[in-house]
Every structure is written in structure tokens, then in C-alpha cells.
Design a binder for this molecule. Structure first.
Ligand code: BGC
Length: 375
């Protein structure tokens, strides 16, 4: 896994990261496993705490392969938790709006929960109005994954595996998914997804972390750049019309960095906020997709991916009814999601890049989040 990524990064024009020796004391990378409660049927849930050589910490749990905590330094070297989540398992089971979770078998929407594949119509759960969202009633965010800690030369990692059976949530084929979180010593959180099937099936995996680089408050002052000149226009339920349009100059235009709140008032959707799929400008291999900077702490996150799209979501549906870590009330815009993916409803849109995985082929994709802090 590690040797594979390094040449790709070089190709993407990523230089070695500027981690100054005085930013954090060098320490031995570590992986610590602990108990994180039990499922209602008694299945134990584990938590893995990954610490890299610069003291960054990532905590992941076997329920939903959820990233529950991610501590990265600000410009003074002070660690802060930059993802939304819960302190205990129970709220993850009862009220999680996909905080930190892997989404599958197909992320985002499938119109009317239906598609035709190899002449057969597959019917899926309509779990978001009349449409299918994020893999169904019990998607990959709500299952228990097998986990194996892996110490790599590049930093601590955990490999998760889930075998989704033929017919689960209406999808055809047994799908074997392996996903690795690597907290590299270059201060990158890298996610590698690999999957194979025994029947034709759609696959579109992402991670649904809600980031807040200040660790509190809302994200409207975060400055965002999206390397995307185009997006997929959609109806009020976020189902694409099939067109691809330019963002040019409108509120969706983040080609030059701007505060997320600046043009929010020009959006007309309800609840108001960004919830749009961007067509990434891309590049060869892993390409820069997004850069977010939080001006007060100086924390900056860059997202690199090989995926063609990215759903930018500003937590519009959060309404203050969820109390998360350390008693934080999550109000509207408490976090932002940058969900790298294929386009929504691709399975019904032959004009979009295809998402069907065939037996014998391997689904393989990588997204990584690079953390730095500066002025
Ligand atoms: C969707 C939103 C949805 C949210 C759920 C996002 O990926 O685009 O519409 O409400 O996930 O947390």
C-alpha cells in the first residue's frame, strides 16, 4: 500500500510536506486497540487509536468503519479534534447523520431507488423521500467491519474488511470490500478502498466525515477552494438532471478560495446550504480536489483523490438536536463534508462515468487528506 502511493503523490505534484522539526515532538507511531461498547446483539465494537510520528491522532471504530476523532495541530502546534462525532457508541447507533462513516454500496442518491442492470430491475429502499440515499436502510455505515491493525513504514494503519452479501439492501452480487486508513508520518490521512464482486453491481464508496478545522462553532468562515469548474445541476431532492454546467461566477464557484458563508445567502435550496456534486477538474492519478483553510487556527486541509466528483455538503440538516463529543450541540453548518465520489444517480445516467463493477475486475480508489498549519 505505502510503496504504491508515493510515486502517485509525486505525479500529482505534491512535494514532501513542510513539517518543521519544532511543530511537534517526534514520537514513535503507535496503534492502540480498546473496547468501544457492544452492539444490541452483544457484538463487541473496537476502537483503534493511531498516533503518527508528529503526534497526530486518529481514532476509528469497527462500527461503520467510522473516523471518530482526528486531532491535528494548529499554527501553534496545539492539537484539536477536527471531525464531528460522539464520545460513545450508543448515539452512533441511534442518531448518526453519517458522521465519519464509510458510505456504500453506493453513496449519494439513486432516483426512485431503482435501476436496471443486465436486463433486470433492482429495487432498493426509498430511504430519503422517494429516493435511495447512502446505500439504504443499513448501509456500510451501519455494519460491523473486521479490523486488522497494520504498522507500515509510512505510519500506523488499520485495514477494515466487510463482505456484503448478494441481495443485501437490494444490490446484486457478493461484494468484498477492504478499506485502509493510514495516518502517515507526512500528516496525511489516506483512505484506500478496494472491492471485488461475483456479479455485476454498482459500487461508489466514500467517507462522510464532517470537518470543522476550528474544532468548534460553524464552518462559514472556513475558506474553501474547489478544483472544479463544473457541477451536476439537480432537482430539489438533489437528483441530477443529467446536465453538466459551469459554476462560473455564481455562488457555487469556489475555483478561487472564498469563505464558505460569503455567497450562501444566494442559494435557494431548503434547508439552505451547499449540497452539490462538483465535477472535479482532476488530473492524472491523485489530483488536488479541495483546499480548506481555517483563518483563526491556521489549520489547512487539502483533499487529493482519483475520483471524478465531490459532494460538498455544509451540514444543512443539522438543527441543534444532536449533542456530540464533549457536549457540543451540532447546529446547522457545524461541519463540512467533502465526499469524493462518482456522480449521484450514475447508475441511471449513461452520460455519467460508469460505476458498474464486473466480476474479475477490482474497484480501487484513494482519497487523502493532507494537514498543515500556517498563517
Ligand atoms: C447528502 C445530504 C444528506 C447528508 C446526510 C450528504 O451526502 O448530500 O443531502 O442530508 O449526506 O448526512
Amino acid at each position: 500500500m505505502t510503496p504504491r502511493i508515493l510515486p502517485v503523490l509525486a505525479a500529482a505534484g505534491l512535494s514532501a510536506v513542510g513539517i518543521r522539526a519544532n511543530e511537534a515532538p517526534a514520537m514513535s507511531p503507535a496503534i492502540v486497540q480498546s473496547a468501544f461498547g457492544r452492539m444490541p446483539d452483544g457484538t463487541p465494537i473496537s476502537r483503534f487509536t493511531l498516533t503518527n510520528a508528529h503526534g497526530l491522532v486518529c481514532r476509528v471504530i469497527t462500527y461503520g468503519a467510522i473516523i471518530a476523532e482526528l486531532e491535528v495541530p494548529d499554527r501553534a502546534g496545539k492539537l484539536g479534534d477536527v471531525v464531528l462525532g460522539f464520545d460513545t457508541l450508543d448515539p452512533y447507533l441511534r442518531l448518526n447523520p453519517y458522521f465519519g462513516a464509510v458510505i456504500g454500496r453506493v453513496t449519494n442518491r439513486i432516483a426512485k431507488g431503482r435501476f436496471t442492470l443486465d436486463g433486470k430491475t433492482c429495487t432498493l429502499a426509498a430511504n430519503h423521500g422517494p429516493n435511495h440515499l447512502h446505500g439504504g436502510v443499513k448501509g456500510f455505515d451501519k455494519v460491523v467491519w473486521n479490523a486488522t491493525p497494520v504498522a507500515t513504514a509510512d505510519g500506523p494503519a488499520v485495514q477494515f474488511n466487510y463482505k456484503s452479501r448478494d441481495g443485501e439492501e437490494g444490490y446484486p452480487g457478493n461484494l468484498d470490500v477492504t478499506m485502509t486508513y493510514l495516518l502517515s508520518n507526512q500528516n496525511r490521512l489516506q483512505i484506500d478502498y478496494v472491492a471485488s464482486t461475483d456479479k455485476d453491481t454498482p459500487v461508489n464508496l466514500t467517507n462522510h466525515s464532517y470537518f470543522n478545522l476550528a474544532g468548534e462553532g460553524d464552518i462559514l468562515g472556513h475558506e474553501l477552494m474547489l478544483r472544479a469548474h463544473r457541477y451536476t445541476p439537480a432537482d430539489a431532492a438533489c437528483i441530477p438532471t443529467g446536465q453538466i454546467a459551469r459554476v462560473a461566477g455564481g455562488p457555487l464557484d469556489f475555483t478561487h478560495s472564498k469563505p464558505i458563508g460569503r455567497d450562501l445567502g444566494r442559494l435557494t435550496n431548503h434547508p439552505r446550504g451547499y449540497d452539490h456534486n462538483y465535477v472535479l477538474d482532476g488530473g492524472k492519478g491523485l489530483a488536488l480536489a479541495a483546499r480548506v483553510r481555517e483563518p483563526v487556527t491556521g489549520r489547512t486541509m487539502e483533499v487529493f483523490t482519483d475520483q471524478p466528483g465531490l459532494q460538498f455538503y455544509t451540514g444543512n440538516f443539522l438543527d441543534g438536536s444532536i449533542v456530540g463529543k464533549r457536549g457540543t450541540v451540532y447546529r446547522q453548518y457545524a461541519g463540512l463534508c467533502l465526499e469524493t465520489q462518482h456522480f449521484p444517480d450514475s447508475v441511471n445516467r449513461p452520460e455519467f462515468p460508469p460505476i458498474i463493477l464486473h466480476p474479475g475486475a477490482v474497484y480501487r480508489t484513494t482519497t487523502l487528506y493532507q494537514f498543515t498549519a500556517g498563517r
